[in-house]
Design a protein around this ligand. Structure first.
Ligand SMILES: NC(=O)c1ccc[n+]([C@@H]2O[C@H](COP(=O)([O-])OP(=O)(O)OC[C@H]3O[C@@H](n4cnc5c(N)ncnc54)[C@H](OP(=O)(O)O)[C@@H]3O)[C@@H](O)[C@H]2O)c1
Length: 350
């Protein structure tokens, strides 16, 4: 008997974001109506996924475009949380969904993960844009990305996703998270990126760095609140809600407040000093050049955009249309560094 379950493919299910989305969907009331697969590149990850009722599909990695396309062609919905800047795999996944649509005669959907560094300015090497707050309802994020004078992988990928979707008749949705914090609920990676990376660098240097003045303003969101957003979006997609936009109008922010980079560095310094991982809780300013050498393989532009810029957004769609909200705010973010350092204690102590 043919299955009527919605076929869902998660790419990046072994990661922090993808794993947390996967857990959220598995726990949801929809789970029994779904058949979920995950594209993985490491065979040792298969058993744990199978135990969760998720079908592992092996591939060589995101450059294995034929495997991406083939896997997507067997699914109705792809949730891509593997890489925000790998445009060719995102396109291949959409091409696969187009084959699915042709075979079934039914719509197919791509939920892609980007990041708010797409909004990042160059406060130290260019013009600071600390007053601009982007709204996903009032501003045309897609046109900003498409017309941006600077080539940046995440923007390039977002544009490829929208254009491939439009060209092939696949509905696309792009989720644009800011700094994500808190313990992930996925089966493998449970740590985020920016704060842990800075904590590692602090340990290596013996003091916590902040790039230049650290005045840049960013948003944050707790991983549980982000997973809740994905779940609400996923539900709206499979229920074909008429109010849900797609393509260029479906580039969505998720945030619960704003912080500065200096607040991040001070939070890490205090938490690490408290555990005697650092002799001081002083924060030390480093140049963009030093940061690039230590963190972004020498790319000052990338260090500036992803760890020192202003990137301010409002999750208007989430709050106004999706019924998403959270009681977590700046205080929760500022209080989370202790837990993050605690979760990294073995690594940071070694
Ligand atoms: N964490 C944040 O604060 C944040 C915020 C905004 C945007 N983002 C973006 O969202 C994406 C996912 O972030 P994350 O924090 O979840 O990262 P993560 O924990 O490192 O997870 C990445 C996932 O993608 C898979 N993956 C990565 N590169 C791959 C490749 N070349 N071939 C096959 N699989 C690959 C990983 O598989 P393996 O298990 O095999 O490594 C893993 O499942 C990244 O592009 C990141 O820049 C992150």
């Amino acid at each position: 008997m043919a299955t009527s379950k919605t076929q869902v493919l998660v790419v990046g299910a072994t990661g922090y974001i993808g794993g947390s989305i996967l857990s959220g969907i598995l726990r949801s009331s929809q789970a029994s109506r779904l058949s979920i697969s995950a594209l993985i590149r490491r065979p040792e990850q298969a058993a744990k996924l199978e135990a969760l009722g998720v079908k592992p599909l092996r591939f060589q990695g995101l450059d294995d475009l034929e495997a991406c396309k083939d896997a997507a062609s067997k699914h109705d919905v792809v949730i891509n949380a593997a890489s925000a800047s790998h445009d060719s795999s995102a396109k291949a996944l959409i091409e696969g969904l187009a084959l699915r649509k042709k075979a079934t005669g039914k719509d197919a959907y791509m939920i892609h993960t980007s990041g708010t560094s797409i909004l990042g300015d160059h406060p130290y090497t260019g013009t600071a844009q600390n007053a601009k707050i982007w709204s996903d309802e009032k501003d045309d994020i897609y046109s900003m990305e498409k017309g941006h004078p600077e080539t940046y992988g995440q923007r390039v990928t977002d544009v490829v996703v929208v254009e491939a979707g439009k060209g092939l008749g696949i509905q696309t949705y792009i989720v644009v998270p800011p700094t994500i914090y808190g313990k992930g609920s996925g089966p493998f990676a449970t740590l985020s990126q920016q704060v842990p990376n800075l904590a590692r660098l602090a340990r290596k240097r013996g003091s916590t760095p902040v790039i230049e003045s650290g005045k840049g303003i960013w948003n944050h969101v707790h991983i549980d609140d982000l997973s809740d957003f994905y779940l609400r979006l996923f539900r709206a997609v499979v229920e074909k809600q008429s109010w849900l936009p797609s393509g260029p109008e479906a580039i969505f922010f998720v945030e619960s407040g704003e912080h500065t980079w200096l607040q991040v560095s001070q939070g890490i310094a205090d938490a690490m000093h408290k555990r005697k991982l650092l002799a001081t809780n002083n924060v030390q300013s480093i140049s963009l050049k030093e940061a690039a050498e230590a963190i972004t393989n020498g790319s000052e532009s990338k260090a500036e955009i992803s760890l020192a810029s202003n990137s301010r957004a409002r999750a208007d769609f989430a709050r106004n249309k999706l019924g998403w909200n959270t009681s977590r705010g700046l205080e929760d973010f500022l209080n989370h560094f202790d837990g993050e350092v605690e979760a990294m204690l073995d690594e940071l102590s070694g």
